[in-house]
Design a protein around this ligand. Structure first.
Ligand code: PMP
Length: 396
């Protein structure tokens, strides 16, 4: 059967593939610990669920405005002002079915065929795929562990061409957990000031999962604010992955363009979820803070334990809930006759010999690494690290 050629430009994310495989093995009765998942293992806080129940009871189950209900767009403006000292008006906010759709809208609105998007590597799997789908050209800039996997202003400058249209990054970063400081953002801003044709997509979905203190947004720099599309959502900070809610804040023309695209694909996102999101933004935030406390304890344990395994090199994540060890010392080693040629071989080996699911770094453009999610219980993590250490010890 012949399908459209555009399908050749993307593949299913490795993260989703590994989670699927893990579920299949579990269904066969294998005792697999899944560390591939990018979602909090916490329940959505009760007051948020209560707001959704209230919405259903009140019959709040109809179509909503494409860009989101006014209460939610207002609440997003309030949040951006209180948390981030950013002034936006509701017509600059577009609510979507997950930050993934927000990113897709923004990329489709900003990139023309053949135009380039600079993406610091390691990156979140979806950025390059969405750029390619829009017939743009992803330009990957490798960033090493020595600079905590962050792009330097010199690297950014060197990657810019006449065709550069976009710069896409996340801070806190999935998969590395790196968080850009205000000074580091300032240095990048100085480069963007010289290149007014470039727009910046700033993915801040892990904003609240930050172990270093204050979240900084590149939109806080007035000289380039007009060119920043701030992307955020509810999946991570409020444990609301299944509710499917994300948003952008951007200049009015970009917001209107995203609304126009969304109007022909999905329309306004789920009415009930939007009511719940208003409660998330405007009511008590303690459950989220408790969740972050748990992530911090797990992070400390996981990083400390992984760092002790001979051959592993690792950065200390400042945010998100992933460890991203460099496992290049194990490449070329053997398990019997099987040679570990790639990080995917290592991920498969850990699954079959260690019964632990991780994601290979190649999925994030970083074939020397694997990604380990610590969004699971401490008991699971203790057992999983034991298994990883045992399995890696088998390699010769
Ligand atoms: N950006 C990053 C960096 C992510 O890790 C994710 C989720 N894994 C998303 C965006 C998408 O989130 P959502 O569930 O809101 O679509």
């Amino acid at each position: 059967m012949q399908l459209a050629q555009r399908l050749d430009r993307i593949s299913e994310p490795q993260t989703i593939k590994m989670a699927k495989l893990s579920r299949e093995l579990k269904a066969q009765g294998m005792d697999v610990i899944d560390l591939s998942l990018g979602e909090p293992d916490f329940r959505t806080p009760a007051h948020i669920c209560a707001a959704a129940e209230k919405a259903i009871e009140a019959g709040y189950t109809k179509y909503t405005p494409v860009a989101g209900i006014p209460e939610l767009r207002n609440a997003v403006c309030t949040k951006l002002k209180n948390d981030n000292q950013l002034e936006y008006t509701p017509d600059q906010i577009v609510v979507s079915t997950g930050a993934k759709q927000s990113l897709a809208n923004a990329i489709l609105a900003l990139i023309d065929p053949g135009e380039e998007a600079i993406i610091p590597t390691p990156y979140w799997v979806t950025y390059g795929a969405q750029v390619s789908f829009a017939e743009g050209v992803p330009v990957y800039v490798p960033c090493g562990i020595e600079n905590d996997y962050k792009i330097s202003p010199e690297q950014l400058e060197a990657a810019i061409t006449d065709k550069t249209r976009l710069f896409i990054f996340s801070s806190p970063c999935n998969p590395t957990g790196s968080v850009y400081t205000r000074e580091e953002l300032q240095a990048l801003v100085s480069v963007f000031e010289k290149h007014p044709h470039i727009y910046i997509i700033s993915d801040e979905i892990y904003e609240y999962i930050n172990y270093t203190g204050k979240h900084e947004s590149i939109a806080q720099f007035d000289t380039i604010k007009d060119r920043v599309v701030l992307v955020n959502g509810f999946s991570k900070g409020y444990a609301m992955t299944g509710w499917r809610l994300g948003y952008i804040a951007a200049r009015k023309e970009i917001a209107a363009a995203c609304e126009k695209i969304q109007s022909q694909f999905t329309s306004g996102t789920n009415s009930i979820a939007q009511r719940a999101a208003v409660a998330a933004l405007l009511e008590d935030n303690t459950p989220s803070m408790d969740m972050v406390k748990a992530f911090r304890e797990r992070k400390d344990y996981v990083i400390r334990s992984l760092a002790k395994i001979p051959g592993i090199r690792i950065n200390n994540p400042s945010g998100a809930f992933y460890a991203f060890p460099d496992i290049s010392a194990f490449l070329g080693k053997k398990d019997g006759e099987d040679v570990m040629n790639t990080s995917e071989d290592i991920a498969m080996f850990l699954l079959h010999k260690g019964l632990v699911t991780v994601v290979d770094g190649a999925a994030f453009g970083s074939p020397n690494n694997i990604r380990i999610s610590f969004a699971t219980s401490m008991d699971n993590l203790i057992e999983a690290i034991k298994r990883i250490e045992y399995a890696l010890g088998l390699l010769q």
